[in-house]
Ligand binder design. Structure first.
Ligand SMILES: O=C(O)c1ccccc1NCC(=O)[C@H](O)[C@H](O)COP(=O)(O)O
Length: 228
């Protein structure tokens, strides 16, 4: 069971997550579309440099086109590119070009878990993406994810049984419910943003190391009990 913590905004937050034992950190890059925890390219580079090879580095991209992803990909060289816009979704051509521009990169496509049609969508993207992430949607947020709420885990469980690629579960997961989610869905990995962060008075978010630690502990223990 891998654990993934988004949305890191400083090198200090990233290092605290490494110390808590996280497997993957995610950074949302500013592509001109306002996201809850986006950072500019320079800050993203600083965060990736600070963690080095201690964790898998994920670049989160909400863009209108694949073209908008190639520049940050070639300059920042993440381990994983996470595509979660409402307009641009990965295609086989995008996956091939991303891997050419950034050798070794893996492509993670978000699936909006808004109802049963998500099953067919997941099957489609699982054919040519390295991983998919099953995520909740908040209409007020540009992109799939960062919604802070759960969705119907029975659909996720059906997808995990059906597709061959690695599946990450996201959407409203925190220390309180990650174990139950793992028992029901049995994903390859789990992800958290909102419930492992604190909301600041100005509306911004900051990672909470204690919540991050508990999220990882509860996820790893539940997975170990299930032999995942
Ligand atoms: O990280 C962001 O800022 C972001 C912005 C827009 C769309 C998706 C984004 N993050 C994707 C993630 O994978 C989140 O960690 C995932 O959606 C879980 O979010 P939450 O429900 O808040 O735990």
């Amino acid at each position: 069971m891998i654990t993934q913590i988004y949305s890191i905004q400083t090198a200090e937050e990233a290092i605290a997550c490494v110390e808590a034992g996280v497997d993957r950190i995610g950074v949302a890059i500013d592509t001109g579309i306002r996201l809850p925890a986006q950072v500019n390219e320079e800050k993203c580079r600083e965060i990736f440099t600070a963690v080095g090879d201690k964790v898998v580095k994920v670049l989160i991209a909400v863009t209108k086109t694949g073209e908008d992803v190639y520049g940050p990909l070639s300059r920042l060289r993440p381990d994983v590119i996470h595509i979660c816009g409402n307009e641009f979704f990965a295609t086989p051509e995008f996956v091939a070009r991303a891997k050419k521009i950034c050798p070794g990169v893996e492509v993670l496509q978000a699936i909006p878990m808004t109802g049963p049609k998500a099953i067919d969508e997941a099957v489609h993207f699982a054919e040519f993406c390295d991983m998919i992430i099953l995520d909740s949607v908040d209409p007020k947020i540009a992109g799939i994810g960062a919604a802070g709420v759960t969705h119907d885990w029975a659909l996720d469980a059906a997808i995990v049984r059906k597709v061959k690629c690695r599946v990450i579960l996201a959407g409203g997961l925190g220390p309180d419910n990650v174990a139950e989610a793992i028992r029901i869905v049995r994903p390859w990995g789990v992800d958290s943003f909102t419930k492992t962060s604190d909301r600041m008075p100005d509306g911004s978010t900051k990672k909470n190391p204690e919540k991050v630690h508990l999220f990882i502990k509860n996820a790893k223990e539940a997975a170990a009990e299930l032999g995942l």
